[in-house]
Structure formats: structure tokens, C-alpha cells
Design a protein around this ligand. Structure first.
Ligand SMILES: C[S@@+](CC[C@H](N)C(=O)[O-])C[C@H]1O[C@@H](n2cnc3c(N)ncnc32)[C@H](O)[C@@H]1O
Length: 339
């Protein structure tokens, strides 16, 4: 069974969930309070808070993340039998008997072997062609299963900025069901966080934006193209990135501090929790944080009392040397009520 955290995703907070929950526990929010996760990535933070009894609001600018929330963080109906039936059919496919298709033409022999890529493209077309036979939840569950599987077998170091040298081998992958045992009462969005912020009301808002020039859509463009499936035909460079200017984040540009200020000023909530990290080596320009720690404290302080917690490096990293400078902080702001 696939679990929500079985995804390679830069900056995911899987190993920090207890620390994040620990930072808000003392406020003793009653059951069914609303936790909003505006830059939700994998959705693991929302999922953890749902397990703890919170209602959730989950959002990300990438559609590939949104489809996963519709599977993991939704409570609408689906039939396990129907999903199993489709998985059984897909797992019976013989890749060498399939024709070339959109996905294999673009990504075959790069991120995937030709056979694996043909099977991925065939299954993605199958899900789309049979969409009317599925409930919305079933459709998104099937897409999410495919996306997690594609991430797992990709010939990469975990993102799609480039593929590894050497011919990718056939993995003969099979699709497995998702572990949907956590029941979630959630709302899900696919918007720019700054647009969404003023439209929602929550008890806690969790903010975990990108903090440097690296665009998430560049890391996950293959998954984004697979999820959207509108089959663009123009690509950039050897890494085969489709045209994606509308998916690039202002938080990875010089305007980030202003965006952050506008976002914080427009929030309607009792507690704001901000994750802040210097994820990359300070030796690379792309790694320099766009918003400084001082700016975060100053902007949050305009809304209420701010405390800062440092999360120990060892708590979440297995000790890779290039991450030696990696520090992770949580800022918690108790929002002053407006008079
Ligand atoms: C650091 S990651 C979040 C990781 C997440 N907390 C997790 O545990 O998986 C930042 C996320 O913000 C999203 N993002 C970037 N700019 C955004 C924006 N303007 N509005 C909404 N989401 C955005 C990215 O697509 C990415 O998924």
C-alpha cells in the first residue's frame, strides 16, 4: 500500500511533523478547529493535523500536488473494488506489446525506459478516456497512484531537473492501492496562496513557501505534465521542461518579502506558523534565501506576539554532508485580535 509520505519531494516536512504539532499543542485548540496549509507540497502536514482531529484546508499552486490532496485529503465517496479492478487491468499490461505514445516519445530513454514510459502513457490515457465511469475521488485516486509510482521508478536523484546518465532500465512496475485509512474533513484548493489567503478563515495557518530561487515546477515538471495531460508539444532543453511561466512562484523571486507581507497581513486566523529553512548549500546563488529571518520576524510581529523555535538538524536529516548548513526554524505568531 502507498502511504502519503512515499514521495520524494524537496522540503517535505515528514520528519518534522511532531515538532510542528508540538509548537501548537499548548494552545489547546478544540477538536474540529481548522488547520490551513497554504503551500502544502505533499500534504503530509495537513494529513497529520487531520489525524489529530483538525479540519483542514490544503492548497498548492501545482496541479500535481492538488490531485494528490483530492485523493488523500478529501472525504467524498469511492469504491475500493473499482480501484482494484483498474489496478488489476493496468498490472496485467505487457509494456512490450504497447505502441509508442506521447509520454514515451518525450520522456522515454531519459527519465524512464521506453517500455516503462509506454506503460505510463498508456495508463494515463486510459484513466482520462474512462473518466466518466469514475467518481471524482476515484479519478484522483488513480492519478495519484500513477504519480507516486512514476516518482518512485524515475531515473533521477528524486526530482526532474535532470535525469541520471546511463540508459534507464525496465522496472516492470506495478500499481498499488493507496492507504486511505485516515478520514479527513478537508477543503482543497489549487491557487496562488496570496489569492486564497483573504478568502478563507482558519484557526491555524501554516506557511511553508519556497525560500530560494529554485522553482518547484522545475523540480516536478514531469509529474505536472502527467497530471495536467494537456499534452504540450514545446519543450526546453535536454530535461524536456514544458512552457510553465504561469506556474512559477513569486516566492522564488526578489518580490518574495513583499508577497510574504501581503499574505501575512491578509490572514484571518488565530495562530500563524511559519517554517523557515536554508535547505541548500550557501555556496550556490540559487540557494540564497529570498526572505531573511529578520524580515519574517518583522512582518509577523505586526500581527502579534512572535516566538522562534529551532529544530535540531539531526532530527530530520540522515547526515548528508552537503546539507551541513541546513537549519530549520518555526516561527509562531499569536495573532492579536483586531479592535
Ligand atoms: C517547501 S514546499 C512545501 C512542503 C510541504 N510542507 C510538505 O511537507 O510537503 C513549498 C510548496 O509551495 C508551493 N508554492 C510555491 N509558490 C506558491 C504560491 N504562490 N501559492 C501556493 N503554493 C505555492 C510549491 O509548489 C511547493 O509545493
Amino acid at each position: 500500500m502507498i502511504k502519503i509520505n512515499n514521495r520524494r519531494f524537496i522540503g517535505n516536512k515528514t520528519k518534522l511533523l511532531q515538532e510542528i504539532y508540538g509548537a501548537v499543542e499548548k494552545y489547546k485548540f478544540p477538536r474540529n478547529s481548522i488547520f490551513a496549509d497554504l503551500f502544502a507540497g505533499t500534504g503530509v502536514v495537513s494529513h497529520y493535523f487531520a489525524e489529530k482531529g483538525f479540519k483542514t484546508i490544503t492548497n498548492d499552486i501545482l496541479y500535481s500536488n492538488y490531485i494528490a490532496y483530492r485523493a488523500w485529503l478529501d472525504n467524498s465517496v469511492y469504491s475500493e473494488d473499482k480501484i482494484d479492478e483498474v489496478l488489476k487491468y493496468c498490472n496485467s499490461l505487457r509494456a512490450d506489446k504497447l505502441s509508442d505514445n506521447y509520454f514515451s516519445d518525450i520522456y522515454g530513454d531519459k527519465y524512464f525506459s521506453i517500455n516503462d514510459a509506454k506503460k505510463i502513457g498508456y495508463i494515463r490515457d486510459y484513466i482520462e478516456e474512462h473518466k466518466s465511469e469514475f467518481s471524482e475521488r476515484e479519478y484522483f485516486i488513480l492519478l495519484t497512484i500513477l504519480m507516486y509510482t512514476v516518482d518512485k521508478i524515475a531515473n533521477t536523484v528524486g526530482h526532474f531537473e535532470y535525469f541520471l546518465k546511463g540508459k534507464p532500465i525496465d522496472t516492470n512496475f506495478i500499481l498499488e492501492p493507496l492507504d486511505l485509512s485516515v478520514k479527513v474533513d478537508g477543503q482543497i484548493y489549487n491557487e496562488d496562496a496570496n489569492t486564497l489567503a483573504s478568502k478563507i478563515e482558519a484557526d491555524i495557518v501554516y506557511i511553508d513557501p519556497p525560500y530560494n530561487a529554485r522553482q518547484y515546477v522545475n523540480f516536478y515538471h514531469v509529474l505536472e505534465n502527467l497530471a495536467r495531460w494537456n499534452k504540450p508539444t514545446e519543450f526546453e532543453g535536454n530535461s524536456m521542461k514544458f512552457k510553465r511561466d504561469n506556474l512559477k512562484s513569486g516566492y522564488s523571486r526578489a518580490e518574495a518579502p513583499l508577497l510574504f507581507k501581503n499574505l501575512i497581513d491578509s490572514l484571518n486566523c488565530k495562530l500563524i506558523v511559519v517554517s523557515y529553512s536554508n535547505t541548500y548549500s550557501a555556496r550556490s546563488i540559487a540557494s540564497i534565501n529570498k526572505i531573511t529571518e529578520e524580515q519574517i520576524i518583522q512582518i509577523l510581529s505586526a500581527r502579534g506576539n512572535v516566538t522562534k523555535r529551532e529544530i535540531k538538524y539531526n532530527a530530520f536529516n540522515a547526515g548528508k554532508t552537503d546539507f551541513n548548513d541546513h537549519k530549520e526554524f518555526l516561527f509562531v505568531c499569536e495573532v492579536k485580535s483586531e479592535v
